[in-house]
Design a protein around this ligand. Structure first.
Ligand SMILES: NC(=O)c1ccc[n+]([C@@H]2O[C@H](COP(=O)([O-])OP(=O)(O)OC[C@H]3O[C@@H](n4cnc5c(N)ncnc54)[C@H](O)[C@@H]3O)[C@@H](O)[C@H]2O)c1
Length: 387
């Protein structure tokens, strides 16, 4: 979807917790965008946000305080983009209201927590013709960008299987001393499926051209409960997705064991193999490249605009190149009136895993079908025929 170009993208930023503050700080490096409004529950966070804007030489933003204050931000005339960094339970409601107010949306991951919310995001974006960009920064990781180029050149042959994950020891987030506002992370342990699927699945879905040349068809998912059903620890969730063309994707979530950080990012094809974690591997025509050697090989394939932005971020010494590439690319596309790299169908297909994995795991690993977000009206007709 293309929309008229926006010369200066004026942002209303909702939620100034850890990620919201980082976003506010990152935008000091992004040309063509200005943060005009801030919303949070706490005055302290709004003040910290304006202090950070001032420190980086940017004009102050209008602060809005309170649980419903974001609604007012959505109604401000001088805002083009509502950037949502609240906890994930509130993402869909804010995004839908923002689009209904005529604003484009950038929403943190996951964009929604239920299938119904995903459907509502798609319907609203289609009706209002507003962008709903999910800020899945891992799609701008250098390995993801380089393997896209390799795949376009046929390096992997036919892709047969991929693996992705979010394995990150979050246990300290659950401690009692931790910020009370962030207790929502804790509830993710008792989710029953994979509450945080998009970092693992995003780069794989883009590589496979999901909803462009293939689609996720169904999955089975299992969650371990060896530490006890109501324990906050050890609920590792493992899912196996099958696409319409028969590719399998293994996806894992583990936030509560002392495993080293990993998103796996494994790509298996008939002619080649690449994997990012735990050690970089690349195999093609009988040759194996590992570690630093694989990195040097892969960096040669950092081609295209997003990759150029990643390299620009590295040369400028920005704190995190993949976030820089994501932010700059989003604003560039809005300024030029181009389609965005991640559209509302991506946001829905990747986020709906949260509920699909839970539904499957609750039934001991039952097969569950993905909704067809590209054809929601056809899907609704089919369901009404069946009842
Ligand atoms: N892409 C990434 O790498 C990445 C990293 C960290 C977090 N995240 C995502 O970012 C989001 C926020 O995470 P976080 O760690 O910053 O959480 P957080 O709890 O630190 O921050 C949430 C903020 O939202 C505010 N808030 C809550 N409800 C609000 C409302 N109705 N109106 C205005 N403000 C409200 C809270 O006061 C708080 O300041 C989550 O969805 C998380 O998944 C993404």
């Amino acid at each position: 979807m293309q929309c008229p170009p926006i010369p200066l993208v004026r942002i209303g930023l909702i939620g100034l917790g850890q990620r919201g503050m980082q976003t506010l700080q990152r935008y000091a490096f992004v040309k063509g965008a200005e943060i005009r409004c801030l919303a949070d529950l706490e005055q302290e966070r709004l003040d910290a946000g304006n202090d950070a804007l001032q420190e980086s030489g940017r004009p102050p933003a209008r602060p809005f305080i309170g649980k419903e204050a974001w609604r007012e931000v959505c109604r401000q005339q001088d805002i083009d983009l509502i950037y949502i960094c609240t906890d994930w339970n509130s993402h869909a409601e804010i995004a839908i209201e923002a689009m209904n107010c005529g604003k484009h949306v950038a929403v943190e991951v996951p964009a929604a927590t239920t299938i119904e919310e995903c459907r509502a995001l798609v319907k609203t974006a289609e009706q209002t013709r507003r962008h709903c960009f999910m800020t899945e920064n891992c799609c701008y990781d250098w390995f993801a960008l380089a393997t896209q180029t390799l795949h376009a050149k046929g390096y992997f042959g036919t892709i047969t299987h991929c693996e992705g994950a979010y394995i990150h020891d979050w246990r300290e987030l659950f401690s009692a001393e931790n910020d009370a506002a962030r207790t929502w992370y804790r509830s993710s342990c008792l989710h029953g499926g994979n509450p945080y699927p998009t970092h693992g699945i995003g780069p794989i879905a883009q590589l496979l051209g999901i909803h462009r040349k293939d689609r996720f068809k169904h999955l089975v998912s299992v969650t371990g409960q060896a530490a006890g059903k109501n324990s906050l620890l050890g609920h590792t969730n493992t899912s196996l997705i099958t696409t319409e063309s028969g590719i399998t994707v293994l996806l894992q979530f583990d936030g509560t064991t002392p495993r080293p950080y990993s998103r796996i990012q494994g790509i298996c094809g008939t002619q080649g193999f690449a994997q990012k974690y735990p050690l970089l591997h690349l195999q093609h025509e009988g040759k194996l490249h590992e570690g630093a050697e694989a990195e040097i090989f892969l960096q040669k394939y950092l081609k295209g605009h997003a990759a150029e932005l990643w390299l620009e971020g590295r040369s400028k010494g920005v704190p995190n190149e993949m976030n820089y590439a994501m932010d700059c690319r989003l604003i560039y596309c809005l300024q030029k009136g181009l389609p965005l790299d991640i559209d509302v169908y991506d946001a829905a297909e990747w986020s709906c895993l949260s509920e699909l994995t839970r539904l499957s795991a609750q039934q001991g690993g039952a097969l569950v079908e993905f909704p067809d977000f590209l054809n929601l009206s056809v899907e609704a007709d089919k369901n009404s025929d069946m009842t």
